[in-house]
Write a new protein. Structure first.
Lengths: 242, 201
């Protein structure tokens, strides 16, 4: 039977590997090429690489180096704006492209990408942050503000346009390692039938299991796979058998 | 020389990467002479069936490929859509396929399981083959697809995989090999399969 996917999610900021807390304070974690090599040796199910650099460029040179040593499914997100960008990334050896802010500007890009590359290559990242009343809202990383979009409606519209997967990330839980936003995962996975990858908050294996039991098709994590122990020492770890 | 056929659909770079990892040279090409000269062919592909056929047609590759595979019996490995294109037709499109094997491509009907079938899955070996040399039963491979092969000649079936029910996950007919999963994305298992295809077939 199919194995549930557990996916490390790596953040890149100006050529170095970092980890954020609630989308802030990127902390230096190491060299991305070395990290991807280790994850490849550990035979991870899949890997997501997101570039959060302030500049607007796609670091094709780095992406090529990452892909050349990876024999596993790879997703890349960050600064993708055009069909040409996407095509180049797929040719390098990534099989999925992850888009986020560009979708908030123009949702139709999803159907363009899906038609050109197939839905299975198109991952839409939805960042969710709670407003002061505790209501889930779609968050825009570009303006750093919550939008008036309802997460369920937004997810449904994305599915309709041909998205292959949703990377559902909780801004509030990011980097805290205190567990996923289970309510959010349950809600969205009931709304759409495409696979949901849960991200944000995993602190241990039980958290990953909970996310999968709540309807996520895959569970992703950053801190869990790069930090070790109570003092968060940097140690890349991944146990394929758990 | 191993020729990886580039028909503007999919993950060509990773196929070349894994061949390099195994220790061989390959070329990514859609040049007819290169293809006619090749000792081994790989037809990768991610995308839709009709797009695949349209692209092969507009590159004028259908005739040379058919000659290489059916007359000269050059070993060919189709990956994912690449294998599906070997069939007579597909439920995903209207155009006829390459017709290398007696099979059709049909879509999954496995509710409530999600489509596409995406992720790591195991294989059940149906027929002994050099392609699976040193690949023990618990090998796992990466899949991402919504359609699969319905083989009219069951002796073509190499392995099946279970997703809701058993479906054909790889085939072998004389010099024609195909896998629904992505060996180029399947860690050491994929490396071994590609090594087998290059060294033993």
């Amino acid at each position: 039977m199919i194995k549930r996917r557990i996916i490390p999610c790596l953040l890149i900021n100006d050529n170095i590997l970092v980890k954020t807390v609630q989308f802030k304070n990127p902390k230096y974690v190491g060299d991305p090429i070395m990290a991807v090599k280790i994850f490849n040796d550990k035979e991870v199910d899949e890997l997501i690489v997101i570039d959060i650099s302030k500049n607007d460029n796609i670091n094709f040179d780095l992406l090529t180096k990452l892909a050349n040593q990876s024999f596993m499914p790879l997703t890349y997100g960050g600064h993708i704006k055009t069909m040409e960008d996407a095509k180049k990334i797929l040719n390098i050896g990534f099989e999925k492209i992850c888009i986020n802010s560009v979708v908030l500007e123009n949702k139709n890009i999803i159907s363009d990408f899906a038609k050109a590359f197939g839905s299975q290559s198109v991952v839409i990242c939805i960042n969710i942050k709670k407003d002061i009343f505790g209501k889930h809202c779609v968050y825009d990383t570009k303006t750093k503000k919550i939008t008036n979009l309802d997460p369920c409606d937004y997810a449904a519209s994305i599915e309709k346009l041909g998205a292959g997967e949703i990377l559902l990330q909780s801004v509030d839980k990011d980097g805290l390692m205190k567990g996923f936003d289970i309510e959010l995962i349950t809600k969205i996975s009931k709304t759409v039938s495409i696979p949901i990858i849960a991200l944000g908050g995993a602190g241990n294996i039980t958290d990953l299991e909970l996310a999968l039991q709540s309807g996520a098709s895959a569970a992703a994590a950053g801190s869990l796979f790069v930090f070790y122990g109570p003092h968060k020492a940097v140690l890349i770890n991944y146990n394929n058998n758990s | 020389m191993i020729a990886i056929i580039d028909y503007n659909l999919g993950n060509i770079g990773s196929v070349q990467n894994i061949i390099t990892k195994v220790g061989y040279e390959s070329i990514i090409t859609n040049n007819i002479d290169d293809i006619l000269r090749a000792d081994k062919l790989i037809l990768p592909g991610v995308g839709s069936f009709d797009n695949g056929i349209i692209n092969l047609k507009s590159l004028k590759l259908i005739e040379p490929l058919t000659k290489k595979v059916l007359i000269e019996k050059t070993p060919i490995l189709g990956i994912c859509l690449g294998m599906q294109l070997f069939c007579k037709n597909s439920g995903e499109g209207q155009l006829p396929g390459l017709n290398f094997i007696d099979a059709e491509v049909i879509n999954f009907n496995c509710a409530p399981l999600k489509i596409p079938h995406m992720g790591w899955n195991t294989i059940n070996i149906i027929k002994k083959s050099k392609l699976y040399n040193h690949l023990e039963i618990n090998s796992r491979f990466y899949f991402v697809h919504s359609y699969y092969l319905n083989c009219n000649d069951t002796s073509d079936i190499l392995t099946t995989t279970t997703y809701g029910y058993d479906f054909v996950s790889s085939i072998e007919r004389e010099n024609i090999f195909g896998c629904q999963f992505h060996p180029e994305k399947s860690h050491k298992y994929g490396v071994q399969l590609i090594k087998n295809f290059i060294e033993l077939i």
